[in-house]
Design a binder for this molecule. Structure first.
Ligand code: NDP
Length: 291
């Protein structure tokens, strides 16, 4: 009997991370999910599919270097010399606000979680991935290729993640480590609600002038995002893509996930920037303003 693959998934408490955790556990992998609260660790363990190896958890906040190192040490001990076959960098948030006015600390937080935290986590766990000649799978987004107004912080983090992943792929090749990018479109998860809450918090910090300039657009985008979340596709699609990327002898470098993502990426490829702007901006308050 061969030993199960050890797979670490960051941000496994909800949404896509949780779907990946349950899916891989049900296929016989030893899943370790990272969470930020003990109650989420307990819930993940309780959700272990029948007959699967119990889903283990590590407490980890990607923005906290000490917590990342602690979690890596803990896992190294648990693995007793075995390696990590998959590191799925999934933890992420979406922060939206006009670039003209977003408080810089909110922009920094977005980059800290989605980009710098991802690199920090990869650095800490890479020695274990090397041991198994495993795979690093980064959950990016079509937001890493497309752009929508007010999602500047999120797009910046995901566009940067696309570049970071390309360089990781080139650099980690020397260890036999494949690096794969997953690019989902809108998926039905709690991220949309969390983003709306965060956006409202930032809204409270915006000046009267900022609200005069962008208030209408903020409302329009808020409504469109809520709809996109409600109509989002099943997180299982992302789990399917991750499993394919882990199982393939030679994985693709990128997997576009979901119907809306495939359409969006196709249009992005064939249309000019200005044509895309027209499509994306349809019905939104983006027109010229007389100062
Ligand atoms: P969820 O909000 O459901 O899950 C986000 C996960 O990230 C949670 O487990 C959350 O933990 C964790 N997380 C947030 N901040 C931190 C942090 N500082 N340290 C560690 N973990 C953290 O969202 P999704 O499942 O939708 O998102 C997962 C990934 O998928 C993200 O990278 C997102 O950008 C990407 N994505 C999502 C799409 C969608 O439409 N849903 C589309 C394309 C990409 P906690 O519960 O403790 O907050």
């Amino acid at each position: 009997m061969t030993s199960p693959r050890n797979i670490l998934i960051t941000g496994a408490s909800t949404g896509i991370g949780r779907a990946i955790a349950l899916d891989l556990a049900s296929r016989g992998d030893q899943v370790i999910g990272t969470v930020r609260k003990q109650e989420d660790a307990d819930a993940l363990l309780a959700a272990t599919p029948t007959g699967a190896l119990p889903i283990r958890s590590l407490l980890l906040d990607v923005t906290d270097g000490a917590s990342v190192l602690r979690a890596a040490e803990e896992l190294e001990e648990q693995l007793q010399g075995a390696g990590l076959h998959g590191l799925i960098n999934n933890a992420g948030v979406a922060i939206t606000a006009p670039l003209e006015y977003i408080p810089i600390e909110d922009f920094q937080l977005q980059m800290e979680i989605n980009l710098i935290g991802l690199l920090r986590t990869t650095q800490a766990f890479l020695p274990m991935v090397k041991k198994a000649r495993g795979r690093v799978i980064n959950i990016s987004s079509i937001a890493g290729r497309l752009a929508f107004p007010l999602a500047g912080p999120y797009h910046s983090s995901k566009h940067a993640l696309e570049g970071l992943s390309d360089v990781m792929r080139l650099e980690f090749r020397r260890y036999g480590i494949e690096v794969v990018v997953i690019q989902p479109g809108a998926i039905r998860t709690p991220i949309w609600g969390t983003a709306a809450k965060k956006s409202a918090e930032i809204g409270k910090k915006l000046s009267r002038q900022a609200l005069k300039d962008y208030g209408k657009l903020i409302q329009q985008v808020g409504k469109a995002s809520a709809q996109a979340g409600e109509n989002g596709e099943d997180p299982q699609l992302c789990a399917d893509a991750v499993r394919t990327a882990l199982d393939a002898t030679r994985p693709r470098t990128r997997y576009i996930v979901g119907r809306n993502a495939k359409i969006g990426m196709f249009l992005r490829r064939i249309l000019s920037d200005r044509r895309m702007d027209k499509i994306v901006g349809k019905g939104l308050d983006l027109k010229d303003r007389t100062l």
